[in-house]
Design a protein around this ligand. Structure first.
Ligand code: C5P
Length: 313
């Protein structure tokens, strides 16, 4: 039986701007997404029966269809019934390194890896854009997780436009293990509190997103200017998550106390991150935050930007 091992990187948001609510009840977004070297490993192999079998050493990870990786396998079985009939079921083992429910797209990355893995197992020959179209059926972040690197994501997050690579920039991530923020809660709360700020006209949406596309952050990315990138980090969801979860704000403030290039919450949180000018600066932030907070519940990672999404090893 064939098997593959895939690497599924975590992502952070350098920019997350909410433009309005859509007829499908998702939010219209402009994001700048970035994958990092911190990654999960996903092993996948064909099995002789028709089952989808999911394993994970982390007891917090569900092993049924509430797990997006499971649903990715189910989607492939539905979309490619002939290949499914011929090849049978799949056994998937998730080796988790990315914190769970952290705003780092760990679950979306695992699902992206399952799509790529089954494409290889079943020799379907799908293109990246085929895989991204399938990924969009699973979740808004899955298409980006497939291609990774640095990209603008628009629509509900599934429309991906690549940007020049920022690989090598160092970043420190911090998350309290016991703290989880629900993404639907964050968006619903934002909608309730900030609906009055939404753009009313469809053309206003377009104009505003164009302004962002051609904005200072994208120029700083094109110049690979980490200082300017750090000055232009932005996340609308901080407005609802920080007041509701004071620990996130305290961690953010602690990160900001140490020399860094910019600090922000990723996605719907609760992970916060600081960009660093060098490996040394990243290590210093790591050690100083650890010393200041000395809380065993706090997970900290030093990692760097990478220029890829899911890959096969
Ligand atoms: O797409 P995904 O299933 O990952 O999104 C999770 C939830 O986050 C959605 O059910 C929705 O509540 C919220 N969301 C949103 N607008 C987006 C993306 C996500 O409101 N563009």
């Amino acid at each position: 039986m064939k098997s593959y091992t895939l690497i599924a990187p975590a992502k952070i948001n350098l920019h997350l701007e909410i433009l309005g609510i859509r007829p499908d009840n998702y939010h219209e977004l402009v994001m700048v997404m970035q994958t990092v070297e911190l990654a999960d490993r996903v092993d996948i192999r064909s099995v002789s029966n028709d089952n989808i079998i999911l394993h994970c050493g982390n007891p917090k990870v569900p092993l049924d269809r509430t797990n997006l990786a499971y649903r990715a396998a189910e989607l492939m079985q539905q979309e490619f019934p002939d290949a499914f009939l011929e090849s049978g079921g799949v056994e998937i083992t998730l080796h988790k390194h990315i914190p769970i429910a952290a705003g780092l797209a760990g679950g979306s990355g695992n699902a992206a890896a399952v799509l790529v893995g089954i494409d290889l197992l079943w020799e379907l020959g799908l293109t990246q854009s085929d895989l991204q179209a399938l990924g969009a059926k699973l979740g808004s972040d899955v298409p980006f997780c497939i291609s990774g690197g640095t990209a603008i994501a628009t629509g509900r997050g599934e429309v991906i436009s690549p940007l020049p690579s920022l690989a090598g920039i160092y970043v420190v991530l911090g998350k309290y293990q016991s703290l989880e923020v629900s993404t639907p809660w964050a968006y619903k709360t934002y909608q309730r509190e900030f609906e009055h700020e939404y753009a009313r006209e469809p053309t206003a949406l377009i104009d505003r997103s164009h302004r962002v596309h051609s904005g200072d952050l994208v120029r700083a990315i094109a110049a690979k200017d980490a200082v300017k990138i750090g000055q232009r980090l932005y996340n609308d969801l901080e407005k609802v998550v920080l007041p509701a979860y004071p620990q996130v704000g305290e961690l953010r403030a602690e990160f900001q106390r140490h020399p860094n290039l910019g600090t922000m919450m990723s996605g719907s949180g609760p992970t916060v991150f600081s960009l660093a000018a060098s490996r040394e600066q990243a290590d210093t932030i790591y050690h100083q935050v650890r010393a200041a907070l000395s809380d065993p519940d706090l997970e900290l990672f030093v990692t760097q930007f990478c220029d890829r999404g899911v890959r096969v090893v």
